[in-house]
Design a protein around this ligand. Structure first.
Ligand SMILES: Cc1cc2nc3c(=O)[nH]c(=O)nc-3n(C[C@H](O)[C@H](O)[C@H](O)COP(=O)(O)O)c2cc1C
Ligand SMILES: C=C(O[C@@H]1CC(C(=O)O)=C[C@@H](OP(=O)(O)O)[C@H]1O)C(=O)O
Length: 366
């Protein structure tokens, strides 16, 4: 099972949703970083389940224990290991799943690949729960990035088809990202938030689920990071983003909209711009999302990740009993998120932060 990612900085994740615990081992993390544990706890709290009507009722505090790589409050350069214990499992809900795969969850694919030996309880190693250690790894990476003036932030761009405008990339400032980070339902337009919440509530009441889009921006990245072809900034970020369960689409800058534009609309023209008394070359629009030729151009890097609706729903669906080979109808009970998008926001930021730190270390920048 491929559970390690990264060249200069590696993360490996372990555990299952209903096993004793989950966690991560970070290799190549720079020595001498004073980890702010309160910051790490806050980031974990942004993702933790069971806190509101929009998430699974499975309540987990996601308290963590650092087992290695931290001494006297600072990283040592040795593997940094974090453990998060599972405290609230209810495996009985999954008795049926063992024989009857849930449509669009990982059950059937896992059954074939791991010959029935996979831990199916709570989705096992495929569970969205494994994003908790990713958030921890990303929050540690964010602390290094912040010391370099790099900030990662995001908002819910859409839920169930209700959309709000994207970031204004020519004006966005760090303060705005910090404000979003403190919101439990991070949107730019509060009125849209109410509409989005209503759509989630309605789907939940009908035993259904909805998906949505998270838009993320990285500010303060120096120009010149990344390289063609296989280490393009888009490739590295996309690899990590598609590792998040339920992500089915990723786009950079104007993304799929670019396919509809003419070159004269799409091109990011150049101009001399003054910022803080310094004249610099900037693009006058940012349809490229801050990346050209796979390399950062000094503009904000922006991308969006599309999340499908949560597969475990109570609405009756067709499936097959794998033992008896008969057609069946499944109505999934249990504690599921009606919409994961609000909890996925810090996960998107985390994997982006980790990928960016890996890139910076590649350039000997950190
Ligand atoms: C934070 C988070 C929470 C999730 N919660 C649920 C859930 O409660 N029920 C569910 O069926 N899927 C949930 N998912 C989605 C499944 O984990 C995911 O759809 C499944 O592993 C199959 O992977 P795929 O959608 O990438 O094919 C969640 C995903 C994330 C990232
Ligand atoms: C526990 C978390 O989310 C879980 C992700 C998940 C899935 O299938 O991905 C299914 C549910 O698991 P369970 O049936 O055990 O409640 C969610 O609660 C978490 O995010 O920490």
């Amino acid at each position: 099972m491929g559970n390690v990612w990264g060249k200069n900085l590696q993360v490996s994740i372990f555990g299952e949703s209903h096993g004793p615990g989950i966690g991560a081992v970070l290799g190549g993390f720079p020595a001498g970083i004073k980890l702010d544990l309160e910051y790490l706890e806050f980031e974990m709290g942004r993702r933790a389940p069971g806190q509101d009507d929009f998430s699974t009722p499975r309540s987990e505090k996601d308290e963590f224990e650092v087992l290695s790589g931290l001494f006297n409050g600072a990283t040592t350069g040795a593997p940094l290991t974090v453990l998060i214990r599972n405290r609230n499992t209810k495996s009985g809900d999954y008795a049926k799943v063992k024989d009857m795969p849930r449509p669009s969850h990982a059950d059937y694919a896992a059954e074939i690949k791991y010959k029935g030996f996979q831990d199916y309880r709570g989705g096992g190693h495929f569970s969205g729960r494994l994003t908790a250690p990713l958030v921890w790894a990303g929050a540690a990476a964010k602390q290094v990035l912040q010391s370099r003036g790099i900030m990662v932030g995001s908002h819910i761009q859409s839920i169930g088809g209700i959309e709000e405008p994207g970031f204004d990339l020519m004006k966005i400032e760090e303060g705005a990202l910090d404000g979003l980070r403190k919101k439990r339902f991070p949107v730019l337009d509060e009125e849209k938030a109410e509409e989005m919440k209503a759509i989630v509530k309605k789907a939940k009441a009908e035993g259904d689920s909805v998906g949505g889009i998270v838009e993320c921006v990285i500010l303060g990245l120096p120009a010149g990071l990344g390289s063609p072809f296989f280490d393009s900034v888009e490739s590295l970020l996309a690899h990590m983003l598609f590792s998040i369960p339920a992500v089915k689409g990723v786009e950079f800058g104007a993304g799929f909209q670019l396919a509809k534009m003419r070159g004269s609309e799409a091109n990011d023209q150049y101009g001399m711009t003054e910022a803080n008394g310094i004249e610099e070359i900037r693009t006058l629009s940012n349809h490229s999302g801050g990346v050209q030729g796979g390399i950062t151009n000094g503009m904000p890097v922006v991308f969006r990740a599309a999340f499908k609706p949560v597969p475990s729903i109570a609405v009756p669906q067709k499936t097959v009993n794998l033992r008896t080979k008969t057609n069946e109808i499944i109505e999934i009970k249990g504690r599921h998120d009606p919409c994961i998008v609000p909890r996925a926001v810090p996960v998107v930021e985390a994997v982006a932060a980790f990928a960016v730190l890996d890139l910076l270390l590649a350039e000997g920048e950190s």
